[in-house]
Design a protein around this ligand. Structure first.
Ligand code: FE
Length: 236
C-alpha cells in the first residue's frame, strides 16, 4: 500500500468513528417534546363515532376514525382482566367541587397544548359509562391556582366509557417532576386518586412519587401533543 491508500483508509475510519459518536450524543434530553416514544401501530382500534362532549376546543375522534392503540394500554388488545390503576398520593393542592368540563385549556394560556383520550374500564375490562374523572395540575410555570379553578375540572365518561381531556403540559415545581393529578370513580365505586407522568423528563428519576405505569405515551401529531391512557377502577 502506498501512502495515499493508507491515508484514505485512515480518513474513512475517522469518518465512521465521528458518525458513531454523533449518534450516541443525540440521545433524548429532558424536554418532553424531544423524547417522544414511537407509537406502535400493531394494534388498531376504531374510536366511537360520537362523544357526549360538545366543546369545540376538545379534539374528539370523528366517525370511523382509526387510531393507533398502544398495546401497553390497560385492557387493550383483547385483554379481559386488568389491575386497578395504581393509587398515588393526592398531594396538597386538590380543590373539590371543580367545574364540569373536559377542556381545561384557555386561550393565551402558556404551555404546550395536550389532548389525552382513553377509556375507563372495570377490572374485567368492561367499559364504565358515567365514570367520574377529576383532573387538576400546575400550569406551564409549575404553579397551581389554589384560589380558583384554572386547570381544574371534572367530567364523566360517555356510554362507551370514553373520556377526552384537553389541557397543557404542566411545568415542574420544586421537588416534583411533571405530573397531572386525577381522581377516577365508577358510579358508586371507590375513588382512585393518582397522578399521570410524562416520558423523557429528567426529574422522573429523582421523584419519589413517580411510577412508570402511569406514564402518558405522548405522540406528536399535526394537531399537537396527544396521548391515550386507560383507567381501571373497581366497579361496585
Ligand atoms: Fe402536584
Amino acid at each position: 500500500m502506498n501512502r495515499k491508500t493508507i491515508f484514505s483508509i485512515v480518513l474513512t475510519i475517522s469518518i465512521f468513528a465521528l458518525a458513531a459518536c454523533a449518534s450516541v450524543t443525540a440521545t433524548p434530553t429532558s424536554s418532553n417534546t424531544e423524547s417522544i416514544p414511537i407509537a406502535s401501530n400493531d394494534l388498531q382500534a376504531t374510536m366511537p363515532a360520537t362523544t357526549s362532549n360538545t366543546d369545540p376546543n376538545v379534539i374528539a375522534p370523528t366517525a370511523g376514525t382509526t387510531v393507533s392503540m398502544d398495546p401497553s394500554l390497560a385492557c387493550s388488545g383483547g385483554k379481559t382482566t386488568a389491575s386497578t390503576t395504581l393509587e398515588l398520593t393526592e398531594g396538597p393542592y386538590y380543590t373539590a367541587d371543580t367545574p364540569e368540563r373536559a377542556n381545561l385549556y384557555e386561550e393565551g394560556m402558556p404551555g404546550t397544548k395536550l389532548v389525552i383520550t382513553g377509556y375507563v374500564y372495570d377490572t374485567n375490562c368492561q367499559p364504565v359509562a358515567n365514570a367520574w374523572l377529576d383532573f387538576w395540575q400546575a400550569d406551564a410555570n409549575g404553579e397551581y391556582d389554589n384560589s380558583g379553578y384554572t386547570l381544574r375540572g371534572h367530567q364523566f365518561t360517555d356510554a362507551n366509557g370514553f373520556y377526552s381531556l384537553t389541557t397543557v403540559v404542566p411545568g415542574i415545581y420544586p421537588g416534583r417532576t411533571e405530573h397531572i393529578h386525577f381522581k377516577v370513580q365508577a358510579p358508586n365505586g371507590p375513588i382512585i386518586t393518582s397522578q399521570l407522568f410524562f416520558p423523557g423528563v429528567a426529574q422522573n428519576e429523582s421523584d419519589g412519587i413517580f411510577d412508570a405505569s402511569l406514564l402518558l405515551p405522548i405522540q406528536e401529531t399535526s394537531a399537537g401533543l396527544q396521548a391515550q391512557f386507560n383507567f381501571v377502577v373497581s366497579a361496585p
